[in-house]
Ligand binder design. Sequence first.
Ligand code: PLP
Length: 289
Amino acid sequence: MILVHTGEAVVPAAQATVPVLDHGFLYGDSVYDVVRTAGGVPFLWEPHLARLRRSAAMLYFELPWSDEEISRRLHELLDALSVDDAYVRLVATRGPGPISLLPDGCDQPALYLIGRRLIRYDESLYTDGCRVALVPRLRNDRRALDPSAKTGNYLNNMLGLIEARRAAADDALFLNANGHVTEATTANVWIVEKGAVITPPLPDGLLPGVTRAWLLERCVDLGIAACEESITAARLTAADEVFLTGTIKGVMPVTRIDQASVAAGHPGPVTKRLHAAYRAALAPDSQSH
Ligand SMILES: Cc1ncc(COP(=O)(O)O)c(C=O)c1O
């Protein structure tokens, strides 16, 4: 069952509506973020909330709700959902207004929290790894709508995903206009070279993933060298290991890029270690999550 906190109440999704003149609907003028819970507790909630606010600020949209108010709504939704592992999508729009690009007349901003039981990726994607396609489509240039804002404009990513699926891959990887790898459609990308992990720097045009930031810090604790460096397609395909990170994906090995295997075609030791560390953080009382 999908439940929605409309700001007024928690209702089944079929009863939640968005006005047709909402600028989120008319122009994609909205921001969102996705958080998951583990054992009923939101995982990395503060950075997700901070990113939602940052994404909005990049659209000149100041969210009128306090952190406390948003957290209160989150917990009302989680109480109603009553599951250990939940998926919650927070969507903020400027609300309905005149049919004009200018948002001046939008004076009823809306925040919808959409929640459901978390649906996990198939375990085989972790044991065998996933396949990605390096699609011809580029990631949006950061001088246009900067990909570091998580907005309601995911059409380019959606098209990339369709194209990847047509190429028999699980996900797409996008280059930027300089030929540097940016990220997947809803995940950050990493490579491993001689035991060190490398992920593209934010100026290459990508979402500052909450899992990405968390993992960069964890690598320090785990004694794994980690850095942010531009990655060309040639460097990607020559890497010892490749993996993706995201809130719902966690740490997912990539074992195929287009028609070629990544190294031996099996998840590598560093990826496995980081995957285990992520799962352990989700379920601190049991390593078997
Ligand atoms: C484009 C994009 N990159 C990366 C990520 C991973 O970010 P996070 O780790 O915060 O989930 C997402 C998450 O949805 C995304 O949409």
